[in-house]
Ligand binder design. Structure first.
Ligand SMILES: Nc1nc2c(ncn2[C@@H]2O[C@H](COP(=O)(O)OP(=O)(O)OP(=O)(O)O)[C@@H](O)[C@H]2O)c(=O)[nH]1
Length: 493
């Protein structure tokens, strides 16, 4: 399955997945810690705002002092706590072991008792009525009347507070669920509030349950989301650039090396590539490839030399013969010089082999090759194109020279006086030589060779041990095209 992908794709996808997982994990833990620290900060602010009141509230609960709990200054203090929405006090008095429950609600701005029972209300009414009837009784002294009037006023105030408490408690509808639990803080994001529970200090215990507006905290949450999303996007973008860069840095050189390897090995030069200087595994690969290329090139050179050279004589062999012959012919023509082709064949060589054996025959071939070589210059070409057949190609500056060179080759072989069983008693050489002027552009190399071979044939038929030389006229056409009188024929290589 993985084989279907390129290294480039695999590296890119695997790195991208890794980066996404890392960034997601880091963003999540960053969000957690950021949010936690914001919540803790908010909780500390809330606690600080309520703590100064706790001693006062605890003392009032201990003494079941509803007056202290509900008096206007206490209400003002609670109102001054900016984000406080609701405060419930629930405790037990220290002296009478009775419940003490009051509630402050910012929306109505009231603070009231939430534990008013019907009996208590009835009792308070009776008390008020009783005092009212006493105040109206006859025969009371002024002092007693004043005292009773004061007590009546107090009883009416108490009754009014109880009635208010009863009424408020009945009509109260909290905008959020009131659900004190064991946790000190509870966030209620759906209502944008935070609920806090703090214990009272009095002996019989109790709790203050307060609800604070936390919309600021929850809007901070969105800011944290946004900040972390921006940070994660930037990190992802940078990572993407890095991934693309690293992938390119790794894969591009491999591609370049592969492209180089597609080239002709003889022209390949890995040393020119920057990859050779790298210190990583790609550098090792490039250097290895460079060594392998050099080794292969040198072996190819050796092979080429071996296949180009005739092992027996050291002359050029058949391999590449045509190409090299054509190249020399073209170069000679370009330089405006004469091109000479000499085709030689040893006479009655089969008989020589049959008589003296192949080993001796090889020696003769070698000696004749030496004669041919000694009569040529560095830039001339000497081929052994068949068993006992040779071709010598030369650049000649004067027409007579070729005839002279060919004849000298023949006579030097004769002068070797290698014994043979022929009439002449020695090994001889027959030669066909052709001289081509630079103007004879209609002649291709095969035309020249065929023509020289014909002269060799004529030499053989003319009695052997002779040279037949022909110089081609400037306007002469190759024999097979003679019937065609078109002088514009272009040479075909
Ligand atoms: N010793 C030896 N003989 C070879 C080699 N290559 C070819 N020959 C022999 O050369 C002989 C050529 O004989 P032919 O082509 O019949 O020609 P010839 O006997 O020289 O007769 P003419 O060319 O007509 O004078 C054959 O007997 C080949 O076996 C070689 O490398 N070494």
């Amino acid at each position: 399955m993985l084989k279907r992908f390129t290294i480039n794709q695999l590296l890119f996808v695997s790195h991208l997945m890794l980066v996404i997982i890392l960034i997601a994990g880091m963003s999540y833990s960053r969000y957690q810690s950021e949010w936690e620290s914001r919540v803790n900060h908010e909780a500390a602010l809330i606690e600080q705002s309520v703590l100064p009141l706790m001693r006062e509230i605890s003392a009032a609960v201990a003494g079941r002092n509803y007056t202290a709990l509900t008096m206007p200054s206490h209400k003002d203090t609670l109102r001054s706590i900016e984000s406080l929405l609701l405060l419930d006090v629930e405790g037990t008095s220290d002296y009478q072991d009775k419940k003490v429950c009051v509630r402050y609600f910012r929306e109505t701005g009231d603070i009231w008792r939430i534990d008013v029972s019907d009996e208590e209300l009835e009792q308070s009414r009776l008390n008020r009525d009783n005092l009212a009837s006493q105040v109206d009784a006859d025969g009371l002294s002024d002092v007693t009347k004043r005292k009773l009037a004061f007590l009546l006023k107090k009883a009416e105030e108490d009754l009014a507070a109880l009635e208010l408490g009863k009424a408020r408690t009945q009509e109260f509808a909290a905008p959020w669920p009131l659900r004190p639990n064991s946790a000190k803080y509870e966030l209620l994001p759906e209502y944008g509030v935070v609920a806090v529970q703090l214990p009272l200090y009095n002996k019989n215990g109790g709790m203050v349950y307060a609800v604070f507006d936390a919309s600021r905290l929850f809007s901070l949450k969105n800011e944290i989301y946004l900040t972390i999303a921006i940070e994660a996007s930037v990190a992802l973008l940078i990572s993407l650039l890095l991934i693309v860069g690293v992938t390119h840095w790794l894969v591009a050189p491999l591609r370049r090396l592969a492209e180089q390897m597609d080239k002709d090995i003889e022209k390949l030069n890995i040393a020119d590539m920057d990859e050779v200087n790298r210190n990583d595994e790609i550098g090792v690969l490039a250097r290895g490839l460079h060594r392998l290329t050099r080794k292969t090139q040198s072996q190819l050179k050796q092979l080429k030399h071996l296949s180009d050279t005739d092992a027996l004589t050291g002359l050029s062999g058949r391999h590449n013969y045509e190409d090299r012959a054509v190249a020399l012919y073209k170069a000679t023509q370009r330089q405006g010089a004469y091109f000479g082709a000499i085709v030689c064949d040893i006479d009655f060589f089969k008989r020589y082999n049959d008589t003296f054996g192949h080993g001796k025959g090889d020696e003769v071939i070698k000696k004749i090759a030496d004669v041919l070589l000694s009569n040529t210059r560095n830039n001339d070409l000497c081929f052994r194109i068949g068993g006992e057949e040779f071709v010598v190609l030369l650049k000649v500056y004067e027409a007579e020279n070729l005839q002279y060179i060919a004849e000298r080759m023949r006579s030097e072989v004769e002068a070797l006086a290698i014994p043979h069983v022929t009439e002449r008693g020695i090994v001889t050489l027959s030669i066909g030589a052709v001289m081509v002027p630079p103007q004879a552009k209609a002649w291709t190399y095969p035309d020249i060779f065929d023509f020289a071979d014909k002269q060799l044939y004529a030499a053989k038929h003319g009695g052997r041990n002779r040279t037949i030389f022909k110089e081609i006229g400037r306007d002469e056409l190759p024999p097979e095209r003679e019937h065609c009188n078109d002088t514009s024929i272009e040479a075909v290589d």
